[in-house]
Design a protein around this ligand. Structure first.
Ligand code: ARG
Ligand code: ZN
Length: 851
């Protein structure tokens, strides 16, 4: 056994011993032997009085030379870095030069400098820079960088502004001090899709999206999204861009979605490239959101960064919040909110309720890459949404202005963040801070009472135990409520109640018993527990003026029904069927909203809800009953569906805007239902007629769901076989929509497909990730799903630990299931834990999941 990797603790934070005043880097690129020369201008940090050794991080570097003020020194080198004893350092400032050799070609972890199909690129967040050169690789060390790249390639890019270039070389200078995790370098045979932007104060900015030849015609939407993001950040947050160029590069091999390197964002090509023929409406929406997200980081992340990685939510929660606001402004706030909450519940509530639960600001970690989670990102954004609700629009605007002026150029903390809100609004946020330090999803119970004159709502909050946190205090929970009278008129418009105690009551004058609409807009990331009759849910679905709660009423109706189908053998009745029918055909409602209302509750969501209610979920049974539910709905709506499908056909060429996308979403939902009663006839016709990927994939899924679509799959492969991004869909959807008894076999067959390039993270996720997402297939009673996923994680781990660790979260829900399944998952976790040479990444995840 190797040593147990050590945890890092927030409480141990100390400023760095030195300051880095300037960094000059030279790269002589070669696939197997790249030379990196670094010259660091260093001085003692007055924040750490006394004389200190100089410790630099460095991993997998072949050291050639170290010089201080031009003279060779003997540094102590170990597996994680180098130390130069204090005695060997000149007093005051000095220049340290290092020369190292690295091998980007062999870098399969895709962290540091690596190669993707002939192109050099980097990924340094969180701790990848230490695989490029010796450096204090921590976000609170910020410095201006100058970079020279030498390589016989046409395009050589780094951060900041171009200084000069010639045949085989280019130089870049980034004037804004930045932490090393924002460093980037790209070199390759690329072409640009370009545009210009002028900032509000008149700075001309050259915008480029760099892609492989042949992909230039798929950049227009990303460019349009970038321009809209830049304008929006000026208008809404008063934030302007601060360099002469903004470059984006699309890379096929990438562990995550994208990266906000200063002036040189690097993207997974999947989140840049789009054309109507190759990308779905969901792809377009994600591209818009991620382009915006990375751009917004220029202020929330780059100009103001994080003091240490425990503060990751400082930049990620805020930037997600900002990209959600942006998407809402560009599209529909109601629809965006519903989609965000669906995602939050599916990923973050799931995480918060299992062995991997951690606070939005954790206080220890083994491998920081394991903390780029839904909790840090999505719950981090929810916490900001609550803050905004509590202090109001104006208070929020004042606090943000103060944040930008007070902390520009700094590496800040959550304490700094909360202090700007306190200083700008006079509010005490000591109790609110628990949202950052305590994990777990609060459960809020509600009772109501009406005495003829007044109406009282009583709330009780319960904060469940999570790993390492058995007890926790009451949270500040903003609960937005409205009251309707029995005719459906609103008698109390949306009002925010502040729940701050374990139990609290709020009284309203009411001459008639009102119908409450509670947690409007999903005003806090909590689980609301209240016994509500199907009649009242149907009433709210018909009358609630809050679009989120209107949708939520329909969803709750469906979930109650599905739960009763699973546990008591109930059958879908008119209360649900008629209510959904009314919404589906209500022309006064946004088609995108109607499509969301038609979506059945997910199986994983259902399993979680049953488990929370004390029932052990049976995945096969949930799958079968959910299917029955869809069939009943199809029979109920069936006769009217062809008319709806017809009416929603979009004449004219494809446009990716929200209005057109919403109509397609409803049309596809209708096609999928109709397939259950017409054997797939309409879907097959729609598939044949489709001139865009949204309808092609939508119709194909409708067919796969009824056991058809094999011919269409063959045709799809024949048409798109050479397109990596499109083929990812082909792999994923056959697995995601496979019958539970066949999901493992389908996956196994696809792992033998010649194009199953499992070292490519997108392809790996499309296959192994798709199986993990097929709830009844992954949790199949045979245990074959668990085994196959574990086999592949073990295979990927030595090459790409980060992606292997991330995908291991497939196993995080095991405590919900029966003893047999629990035993089988535990056996797989034990098998992984015992694997020789298991990475720190996967090792930490497995250990936490085993508990
Ligand atoms: N900062 C990037 C983003 O959210 C994500 C980078 C994640 N990198 C990692 N190694 N986990 O925009
Ligand atoms: Zn981010």
């Amino acid at each position: 056994m190797t040593d147990q990797p050590r945890a890092v603790h927030l409480a141990d934070y100390q400023p760095y011993t030195h300051r880095v005043e300037h960094v000059a880097l030279t790269f002589r690129l070669a696939p197997r032997a790249t030379r990196v020369l670094a010259a660091l201008r260093l001085s003692p940090n007055p924040g750490r009085p006394g004389r200190h050794d100089l410790r630099l991080d460095g991993e997998q570097l072949r050291l050639i030379a170290v010089r201080i003020e031009g003279r060779e020194v003997a540094a102590r080198v170990d597996a994680t870095g180098m130390t130069i004893p204090a005695e060997m350092l000149p007093e005051g400032g000095f220049t340290l030069e290092t020369e190292v050799e690295i091998a980007p070609e062999g870098n399969t972890a895709l962290e540091g400098l690596y190669m993707s199909r002939g192109m050099y690129c980097t990924q340094c967040e969180a701790e990848g820079f230490r695989k490029i050169t010796y450096y204090p690789d921590r976000p609170d060390v910020m410095a201006p960088f100058r970079v020279r790249i030498e390589a016989d390639l046409p395009v050589l890019l780094s951060n900041g502004n171009p200084l000069g270039q010639g045949p085989g070389w280019a130089e870049w200078e980034d004037p804004w001090p930045k932490p090393a995790y924002l460093f980037a370098l790209v070199a390759g045979d690329l072409v640009a899709h370009s545009a210009d932007f002028t900032t509000a104060s008149g700075r001309a900015v050259a915008l480029n999206i760099w892609v492989r030849a042949g992909d230039q015609d798929r950049c227009a939407y990303a460019m349009d999204s970038l321009i809209r993001s830049m304008r929006w950040d000026e208008e809404v947050y008063g934030r302007e861009y601060d360099l002469d160029v903004f470059n984006i590069v699309a890379v096929d091999d990438f562990n995550m979605g994208a990266m906000e390197n200063k002036g040189l964002n690097i993207f997974n090509s999947k989140y840049v490239l789009a054309s109507p023929e190759t990308a779905t409406d969901d792809d377009f929406a994600r591209i818009e959101a991620i382009i915006a997200h990375e751009y917004f980081h220029n202020w929330t992340g780059n100009r103001i960064t994080c003091r240490d990685w425990f503060q990751l939510c400082l930049k990620e929660g805020l930037t997600v919040f900002r990209d959600q606001q942006f998407s809402g402004d560009m599209r529909s706030h109601a629809v965006k909110r519903i989609e965000d909450v669906l995602m939050l519940r599916a990923r973050q509530f799931r995480e918060d309720g299992g062995p991997l639960a951690h606070p939005v600001r954790p206080d220890s970690y083994v491998e920081i890459n394991n903390f780029y989670t839904a909790t840090i990102y999505e719950k981090g954004a929810e916490v900001i949404g609550m803050l905004k609700r509590l202090v109001g629009e104006e208070g929020y605007a004042r606090a943000l202005d103060l944040y930008f002026t007070r902390h520009d150029g700094e590496a800040a903390t959550i304490e700094d963040w909360l202090r700007v809100f306190e200083d700008a609004t006079g509010r005490d946020l000591a109790q609110f801070k628990r949202w950052y330090t305590e994990a777990g999803t609060p459960r809020v119970k509600v009772w109501e009472e009406w005495d003829g004159e007044s109406y009282t709502l009583t709330f009780e909050q319960e904060n469940p135990a999570t790993p390492g946190q058995p007890e926790k205090g009451a949270k500040v929970i903003p609960i937005a409520v409205g009251l309707l009278n029995p005719n459906g008129d609103e008698v109390l418009p949306t009002t925010v109640l502040e729940l701050t105690q374990d139990r609290q009551s709020f009284r309203f004058p009411a001459a008639a018993r009102p119908v409450p609409s509670i947690l409007r807009g999903f005003s806090a990331p909590v689980v609301l527990e209240r016994d509500v009759s199907p009649e009242e849910r149907a009433f709210l679905l018909a009358h609630d003026t809050d679009p989120f709660n209107k949708w939520e009423a329909g969803r709750a109706l469906a979930k109650d029904l599905l739960a009763r189908m699973v546990t008591e053998g109930a059958a879908p009745g008119p209360d649900w069927l008629d209510a959904i029918a009314r919404v589906t055909f209500d022309e006064g409602l946004d088609p995108a909203f109607r499509a969301l209302a038609l979506r059945l509750p997910g199986e994983d969501d259902m399993a979680s809800t049953l488990h929370a209610g004390g029932i052990t979920p049976d995945p096969a049974r949930i799958w079968a009953e959910r299917r029955r539910m869809g069939e009943a709905l199809a029979r109920r709506l069936g006769p009217q569906l062809p008319g709806l499908i017809e009416a929603l056909a979009e004449p004219g060429p494809f446009t990716p805007d929200a209005r057109a996308a919403g109509r397609r979403a409803l049309r596809i939902a209708a096609l999928a239902l109709l397939a259950r009663v017409d054997g797939g006839r309409a879907a097959r016709a729609a598939h044949a007629a489709a001139d865009n990927m949204t309808e092609e994939v939508g119709a194909l899924i409708a067919l796969l769901e009824v056991g058809a679509g094999q011919e269409e799959l063959v045709a799809f492969e024949a048409r798109w076989g050479r397109d990596r991004n499109v083929m990812d869909k082909w792999f994923a959807l056959q697995i995601a929509h496979a019958h539970p008894d066949q999901a493992v076999a389908v996956t196994e067959a696809l792992t033998r497909h010649p194009d199953f390039d499992w070292k490519n993270p997108n392809r790996f996720r499309s296959v192994i990730g798709a199986l993990s997402a097929n709830h009844a297939g992954f949790h199949h009673g045979s245990g074959a799903g668990y085994r196959l996923v574990a086999d592949w994680l073990l295979r990927l781990d030595p090459l790409n630990p980060q992606t292997a660790a991330r995908m291991s979260t497939a196993f995080e829900t095991w405590p919900r299931y029966d003893a047999d399944r629990q035993g089988m998952v535990q056996a797989e976790l034990a098998r992984m834990a015992a694997a020789p040479g298991l990475s720190r990444d996967l090792g930490e995840m497995v250990a936490r999941m085993r508990g």
